[in-house]
Design a protein around this ligand. Structure first.
Ligand SMILES: CC(C)(COP(=O)(O)OP(=O)(O)OC[C@H]1O[C@@H](n2cnc3c(N)ncnc32)[C@H](O)[C@@H]1OP(=O)(O)O)[C@@H](O)C(=O)NCCC(=O)NCCS
Length: 174
């Protein structure tokens, strides 16, 4: 399995994969593939942070990181929003999601991003260093349980003194 940057020719396959990954998820609104399409078309899109996992010429995983801002009345700090992370259902629990997350973090840190945030399962993301965002004083503009609102430092001290509300690009909201 290799992890590489998504190419334009991957787009249809990626969207089918994302749709399949979330298809049977009760908490999903089943529009994650549309979110990927919108975020790709947004001016904020960073091609280096849309990664695919490929096995034998088949795309089996995808992750997208999009610039966000963490803002309070005083400061505004650039960060990344992780969404969505998708693995083909027949390839779950083989480490593909973990490879994608670790590779995405490494590439994001190399680009100078100090932190990432996401709304996700509290049993899955701590293995990549995520902690409740509330511990940093970071809030999300979504109705989501506190334990699902997570943040990680990608660079040492990346969230030092950073607090406020996460501002997502408008493409996030359809
Ligand atoms: C979540 C997902 C990306 C994990 O991908 P994966 O390649 O199966 O994950 P990995 O193989 O790297 O890790 C497997 C581990 O994660 C755990 N895990 C997988 N999905 C999980 C979930 N939704 N919640 C909690 N733990 C989960 C597994 O139990 C396994 O744990 P173990 O290592 O202790 O056995 C994949 O299941 C998926 O695409 N799910 C549907 C879409 C989705 O939920 N995306 C995330 C949105 S927050």
């Amino acid at each position: 399995m290799i992890v590489r940057e998504e190419q334009a020719s991957d787009r249809t396959g990626v969207e089918a994969l994302v749709e399949a990954a979330f298809r049977d998820l009760a908490v999903s609104d089943h529009t994650e593939h549309l979110l990927v399409a919108r975020l790709r078309s947004a001016p904020t899109f960073i091609p280096e942070l849309s990664l695919v996992a490929e096995e034998c010429n088949r795309i089996v995983g995808h992750v997208l990181l999009t610039p966000v801002v963490i803002a309070d009345g005083v400061g505004r700090t650039a960060a990344l929003g992780v969404a969505p992370l998708s693995v083909a259902p027949d390839r779950w629990r083989r480490g593909i999601g973990s490879r994608l997350m670790r590779e995405a973090h490494a590439r994001a840190a190399a680009l100078g991003f100090g932190s990432a945030v996401l709304v996700g399962h509290p049993d899955y993301y701590p293995r990549f260093g995520y902690r409740p965002a509330s511990a940093f004083g970071i809030r999300f503009p979504f109705e989501a349980p506190d334990e699902c609102c997570l943040a990680v430092e990608l660079l040492p001290g990346g969230l030092c003194g950073v607090h406020g509300t996460v501002e997502y690009p408008s493409a996030f909201f359809g």
